[in-house]
Write a protein that binds this ligand. Sequence first.
Ligand SMILES: *Cc1c(COP(=O)(O)O)cnc(C)c1O
Length: 461
Amino acid sequence: MDGPAQAKLRALPQIQRLLETTQGQLLVARFSHTATVSALRLVLEQAREGLLSGAPAPGGAALLEAANTLLRTSAAPHLRRVINATGIILHTNLGRAPLAEAAIEAMRQEAAGYCTLEYDIATGARGSRTANIEPWLQRITGAAAGLAVNNCAAAMLLALTALAQGGDVIVSRGELVEIGGGFRIPDIIQQGGARLVEVGTTNRTRLADYQRAITAETRVLLSVHQSNFRISGFTERARLADLAGLARTRNLLLVHDLGSGSLQDLTALDGPAEATVQTSVAAGADVVAFSGDKLMGGPQAGILVGQAAAIATLRQHPLMRALRLDKLTLAALEATLRLHEEGPIDAIPTLRMLGQSRATLQARADALAALLPKPIGARLEPSTGFAGGGTLPESAIHSVCLTFGPPYHRSAETKLAALRAQPIPVIGRIANNAVLIDMLAVTDTDVPALAQALVAVFADA
Ligand SMILES: *Cc1c(COP(=O)(O)O)cnc(C)c1O
């Protein structure tokens, strides 16, 4: 670096100096000290990079104004559209499944006016709130009955409260999982007013372990999908069909918390092998609970399917009133279920993304690269994405990414922060100190805005 550039860098004001100005104090009062410091850091970083590529040095007032703009845009509306370049399709923090066009249109229709939410057109009498989705659930999953509540955690709370309150719930020690966001199986059982009876060991639980633990107090055998982790090596689990048989002979109920709950055989989409809801129903589980916004690719919901008497008990429980869905979610669920049954299933964005070919991902990356100036220095590379959302933790999905750096003048973290500060924030990831922009969960319509953000952040890197 030559002398004059060094001198110009030294001429940039220090953060402390900026904080002490009247404008700096106003920002601290409005947005907090921490937020103001990190905005000033980002602004100074951009100024430094500008200087090194020949731009003039901004004054203190301009820097504070830029920080003000940054703080206002990031503090203003909380829910904002972002571009998901993380390579994780069902990213819980980014809102999990994007909805199918048909689901969005169904929500628009119901939102604008009145609908048959709890109204039977034929009789003019009060109808059931989930009547619109039950026939789809029956046909698709093969279950005798179905209903839906707010999310899968709510579905489990409802099932355990309604079916096991005051009694025992038997669970394998290998399935006492924490899903994330504070959802822990032991807590849900306790919250439902039931007692947890642990059987087996972390790595091995046999049918006989369940058999021995059954007493007059037992109400439910609970099986939980090991969503976000795997136990490998010397392991053993009881088969679901055997647990169902045991439950039947001892007059108990088998509840299966399936979590991700795919309605499709994903291997047909070239995707990973994942147990489907249909397999679980066919194995004889009395109640199967799964999320609407994971592999089903619909709105946030918790779906319960199973045998008629058990589902009827859930439907009549007072908690149902507190956990019930609104008309918009029910409309989106129905439209998504229709696509599962009638197709085309690649109209469901989650399934389309899971089934993308290398050629599709490559074409999207090429289209993006074509919008970037050559000297920006991005490399096209193969990468590894994930389904996410506590599903398929180990199965990597092939993907393609644009890789930026290293080296930079500053760290990759600064670049990620600058991408987040763009008008449409871009959420990327870091690997080996380089910034990765993964194509797996980027849509073709994201590409122009994504290119703009990349140019703004990397053009002088
Ligand atoms: C994700 C998950 C849940 C929670 O589902 P939500 O719809 O997020 O409430 C519960 N159980 C399992 C096994 C899961 O994977």
